[in-house]
Write a protein that binds this ligand. Structure first.
Ligand code: GLV
Ligand code: GLV
Length: 322
């Protein structure tokens, strides 16, 4: 019997590829750092039974229509806004993601971003390394406290709950907003549900963890930033397009908010001359929420398991559209 053909859109470590070789013929794009060109992706999709994709690959109608043999798309991410899941479902293609295994790693990064932004840690490191540290002085590199402040989490999924646990360890008051109330989290963690507007105006740290959908696109805009406290920080580790970047730049420039910690941008990589990167009160990271070696390897293995299970007609561990 012909072995199924799996195409992986980025170079992965050999031990992972070996796992694929056990049940498939596998090929991958031969660069770790650069995405597969669209023409190559379409050509491969037209032959493949399964694709392992990155969040930088667009899996749209065009790709799905050429992918006549496709049975499964496994995305190396928990987010899946790069995939047209409705179209995949119509064509009987399963879409898998990697939830759960990246929850704590991502929450650690979110909390780091909060601390980095509030305590000016990037500026502080730069100043030591560039020889600008002249003496201990009373307000030198003095930032804002994190402990005992109010954090407002927008998008209370598993990562949101893991961030809430960390915040409670810092004696923070935790507010959250979500499409559905999380009654169990309210009871077990002691977090408080708020309307979006109240959360935004009461929080010292507004933390966005919501998936990107038609409803959440641009939800952080001029009006939202205007409602925030002048001393508050905006932290985004979901998808760039939940915020209107131009409005964020204006709010940061005009002192409507104190700063922003961003792991995600509308265009990734962000252009070097983007106004956000010119501002001192912005900490920018290169979309590394789940980037620990342990977690990334676990995510790759999970994609491999899901692909194998689906190709064998079995129930996958994670699927968005069964
Ligand atoms: C990263 O952003 C992910 O969705 O896993
Ligand atoms: C800081 O190191 C202090 O002693 O206040």
């Amino acid at each position: 019997m012909r072995k199924p053909y799996v195409y992986i859109t980025r170079k992965l470590p050999e031990p992972i590829v070996d796992q694929f070789r056990l049940f498939s013929e596998v090929k991958m794009w031969n660069s770790e750092n650069l995405p597969v060109p669209r023409e190559v992706l379409l050509e491969e999709a037209s032959k493949a039974d399964a694709l392992l994709t990155m969040l930088s690959d667009k899996v749209d109608q065009q790709l799905l229509s050429v992918g006549k043999n496709l049975k499964v798309i496994a995305n190396l991410a928990v987010g899946f806004d790069n995939i047209d899941v409705i179209e995949a479902t119509k064509r009987g293609v399963a879409v898998c993601n990697t939830p759960d295994i990246l929850t704590d790693t991502t929450a650690d990064l979110v909390f780091s971003l909060i601390l980095m932004t509030a305590r000016k840690l990037v500026e502080a490191v730069d100043c030591v390394k560039s020889g600008e540290w002249k003496s201990w002085s009373p307000l030198f590199m003095a930032g804002a406290d994190v402990h005992h402040k109010t954090i407002g989490i927008v998008g209370m999924g598993k990562i949101g709950e893991a961030v809430a646990k960390r915040a409670l360890g810092f004696d923070m008051k935790v507010l959250y907003h979500n499409r559905n109330r999380k009654v169990e989290a309210e009871q077990t963690l002691g977090v408080t549900y708020q309307s979006f507007n109240d959360l935004v105006s009461e929080s010292d740290f507004v933390v966005c963890l919501t998936p990107l959908t038609e409803e959440t696109k641009g939800m952080f805009n001029k009006e939202t930033f205007r409602k925030m406290k002048h001393a508050a920080f905006f932290i985004n580790a979901s998808r760039g397009a939940v915020a209107v970047e131009k409005d964020l730049v204006d709010a940061l420039k005009n002192g409507e908010i104190a700063g922003a910690g961003l792991d995600v941008f509308v265009k990734e990589p962000i252009d070097l001359d983007h106004p956000l990167l010119q501002l001192e009160n912005v900490v920018a990271l290169p979309h590394i929420g789940s980037a620990s070696v342990e977690t990334r390897l676990a995510m790759m293995k999970r994609c491999c398991q899901n692909i194998e299970l689906i190709l064998n007609g079995k129930q996958p561990l994670n699927v968005l559209n069964m």
